[in-house]
Design a protein around this ligand. Sequence first.
Ligand code: GRF
Length: 204
Amino acid sequence: MKNIVILISGRGSNMEAVVRAAQEQRWPARIAAVISNRADASGLAFAAAQGIATAVVANKDYATRAEFDAALQTVIDGFQPDLVVLAGFMRILTAPFVEHYAGRMLNIHPSLLPLFPGLDTHGQALAAGVSEHGATVHFVTAELDHGPMVLQASVPVLSDDTVASLSARVLSQEHVIYPQAIRWFVEDRLTVAQGAVQVDHSKT
Ligand code: GRF
């Protein structure tokens, strides 16, 4: 049984998709905790209602990024995670923190990386005039929105799309690929070699 700790900052719809998939598909894993850097993250209520432990480590209570990351790491490690899942966790993480969870921390980014790292990915995609957009699940490395990619999903960009319509189309795919990628991790199907992820599809 693997322990998963999920970090959120807001609504937590990806966290919710992961929690539901873990329950419905009976993963060999438990969601040990949902932790937020904001006390007002609405996703915390869903997690608590599911009987999942919740915690808040508020970045505003710490003077530096290093102090915040150290405090967050202590709380996360109290739940003995095999995997840390960033699910709309809106913080840039320090290198020591990322290094501590090397090979056991995943993120979902709402673009087809390497296109459009950073914020406002949907606005960036519309401004660039691309015909396809999407989302990427990747292992977290020290460089923001980089790291070995596990899974991507693409959606069409329509001529009348707005940031709202495009982000909703991408989000519905996020809710498919993030649980899938995490399930592969907990089933020990993922290996990373030379910066590339291999998925073992031979297991039943
Ligand atoms: C998602 O689009 C995710 O890809 C991005 O932030 C958003 C979080 O949404 N990193 P939610 O909190 O999971 O609903």
